[in-house]
Ligand binder design. Structure first.
Ligand code: DC
Length: 217
């Protein structure tokens, strides 16, 4: 079995779009690890636990059952058996996931679950600590990024195209705040390791980014 592929990078860099295409071309599953932190943030919210209450979050992560399930090749997240996939993409949960992911016990539990998936099969997974922590031994490590302005612009257009309201400055502000939180947290922060290939998509098409990965794997 060939080794799994890891992609890290900041919010909104296009990691998941690129990873999904590579997964389809190689015929391997794609695991969105951010969705796992988001699912745990949903669980915390339901239990009335504050996203800043590290002690209670550290206990809660051993009490709730966070599961990944694939339906027709699409990743769903289950919390205690209930499908919460539809609740993962709000701004509150984006911010919540970034906050709960600072807690070491939460990270360690998610890392364990992610390694179980990669142990069973070759997968491509994206997140913030895949290359540096979850799959340190894989030779296929990528850091996909783009300028904060370009990422905000893409998100802004995406929202408008799907008929939703959007404010560019708010989006940019949220992106910068999440970048800071994810890369400055004390435990297992986001960074690009020396053995990781940097792919800056600011002036690249999705196809070019996909090609950059395929040419290595
Ligand atoms: O990739 P995303 O935006 O869905 O991730 C949501 C949050 O989860 C992100 O802001 C930080 C956290 N996260 C993490 O700490 N480690 C990962 N491997 C994936 C996500």
């Amino acid at each position: 079995m060939k080794q799994s592929i890891g992609i890290d990078g900041p919010a909104g860099a296009g990691k998941s779009t690129v990873a999904k295409r590579v997964a389809a071309i190689l015929g391997i599953p794609y695991l969105d690890t951010g969705a796992m932190y988001r699912a745990f943030a949903v669980a915390a919210k339901r239990h009335g636990v504050d996203f800043l209450d590290e002690e209670t979050l550290a206990k809660l992560v051993h009490e709730v059952d966070v599961q990944v399930r694939y339906e027709d090749g699409v990743q769903h997240m289950l919390v205690d058996g209930e499908d919460v996939t539809g609740e993962l993409r709000t701004e509150e949960i984006s911010q919540g996931a970034s906050l709960v992911s600072r807690v070491p016990a939460v990270r360690d539990r998610m890392t364990e679950l992610q390694r179980e998936v990669a142990h069973e099969q070759r997968v491509i997974m994206d997140g913030r600590d895949i290359c540096t922590n979850v799959l340190p031994d894989t030779p296929y490590k990528f850091f996909v990024t783009a300028s904060a302005e370009e990422r905000a612009n893409r998100r802004y257009k995406q929202l408008l195209e799907s008929g939703q309201e959007a404010d560019y400055d708010t989006i940019l502000h949220d992106i910068i705040r999440r970048d800071k939180q994810d890369s400055e947290r004390a435990y297992k922060p986001l960074y690009c390791g020396a053995d990781t290939k940097l792919i800056d998509t600011t002036d690249m098409t999705i196809e070019e980014a996909v090609e950059a990965i395929l040419s290595e794997v």
